[in-house]
Design a protein around this ligand. Structure first.
Ligand SMILES: C[S@@+](CC[C@H](N)C(=O)[O-])C[C@H]1O[C@@H](n2cnc3c(N)ncnc32)[C@H](O)[C@@H]1O
Length: 364
């Protein structure tokens, strides 16, 4: 194990001011430097979207978490396995987050479908209670699939003369679109024609966890203003209670049509769920042609802030990214602070805040 000491001492980190009304601050540094410098019980709610450890970028690779765990001498839990570093890293930031949250405060945390169980365990090991999770459903995900029939033909040395692939796609994980799969050549390829290795990604879980408190729910609310959910503001007109699922428009339409008595009609049952498409281009700040790779939609973030942040509450996002949570909070008049390590992402947050006036409405 690398026993190198942390290179920076835990000094107070001066935040940049993003907005004054309501106040919005950006701490430009590492959560492991910034959080220990903040006073205990400073925040009512944490809404965040940490790295998923699926290798989207250098900041998202398991090796990065292993290195951080080693540098910071964070104790690994006994369970081991290839993701032990990520879990221990999660537990370490969640412990510090718990300290800066008021007792009974919510921690609302996104995770990736493949790795969120490590996040949930890390958060639980940090002393939070896991209360629920929200499934955010969308239809725009592209499967990272291997065409097994073609792979078998290639392995056996057959190149399909009628197979055609297009130019690499733009976006998060570029891939070459298959225009024509071509006909299987070998008998084995014919046997496995139509078989693959992946489903299309269509949901992201959002963990709902609560900081411990010795008080009863009502006593805690009176003392700290934390632990309540704004069910009256977070529901859809067609239903009286906010659900622990949010769908994008296309997913909601498919469900609606599936529930209809006759094909092609709408059922009238929806919208019971929130509708939140992926972030539009207009919601993704750019600087010198560069953008953040994992921007969350403002509507979804406004909904989460509305549900879980109390009146006059102060919200923290320790992995601010391009600042979607901070902008959502700002639009709702909620005081907020973010932490972001990457200087390029810090610049995107500042750019975002210069463009806030030009964004679409603030209805949740
Ligand atoms: C999934 S992204 C957040 C995206 C954000 N929700 C948005 O909509 O733009 C996670 C962010 O955490 C940042 N990050 C990773 N490790 C960090 C650390 N130790 N301290 C602070 N920020 C960190 C990354 O640079 C990245 O921007």
């Amino acid at each position: 194990m690398n026993t190198k000491q942390p290179t920076r001492a835990t000094l107070p980190v001066e935040p940049a001011r993003l907005g004054a009304d309501p106040p919005a601050l950006l701490y430009q540094g590492d959560v492991f430097d910034v959080l220990p410098s903040l006073a205990a019980g400073s925040f009512h709610t944490v809404v965040t979207d940490p790295p998923y450890a699926i290798g989207i970028d250098q900041w998202d690779t398991p090796a990065t978490f292993d290195r951080t765990v080693a540098w910071r001498q964070i104790t690994l839990d006994g369970a081991g396995g290839p993701m032990a570093g990520y879990r221990a890293w999660t537990r370490a930031w969640a412990q510090e987050t718990r300290r800066v949250l008021k007792p009974g405060g919510w921690l609302i945390c996104f995770g990736g479908a493949r790795t969120w169980h490590h996040v949930a365990v890390g958060i639980e090991q940090a002393g939070f209670q896991i209360k629920d999770q929200i499934a955010w459903l969308y239809t725009s995900g592209v499967p990272k699939n291997l065409d097994l029939s073609n792979a078998i033909d290639q392995r056996l040395g057959y190149l399909r003369p009628d197979r055609r692939v297009g130019a690499p796609t733009a976006g998060l994980l570029p891939s070459r679109r298959v225009v024509d799969k071509g006909k299987p050549i070998s008998p084995q390829a014919r046997k496995w024609n139509g078989w693959g290795t992946a489903l299309a990604p269509a949901f992201e879980p959002v963990i709902i966890a609560k900081a411990p408190t010795p008080l009863t729910i009502a006593a805690n609310l009176l003392e700290h203003d934390t632990g309540a959910i704004n069910t009256a503001a977070g529901h859809q007109p067609a239903d009286r209670w906010p659900k622990n699922a949010a769908l994008d428009q296309a997913a909601a339409l498919i469900l609606d049509q599936d529930c209809a008595a006759r094909p092609g009609e709408r059922s009238g049952l929806f919208p019971v769920f929130r509708h939140h498409p992926k972030a539009t281009r207009a919601e993704r700040p750019e600087l010198d042609g560069g953008a953040h790779q994992t921007v969350k939609p403002l509507g979804l973030m406004r909904w989460l802030c509305t549900l879980f942040c109390p009146p006059d509450g102060v919200l923290l996002d320790p992995f601010a990214g391009s600042g979607a949570t901070l902008e959502a909070a700002h639009q709702l008049g909620i005081e907020s602070a973010g932490i972001e390590l990457d200087p390029a992402h810090q610049q995107l947050i500042k750019t975002r805040f210069t463009q806030i006036g030009a964004r679409p409405g603030t209805l949740i």
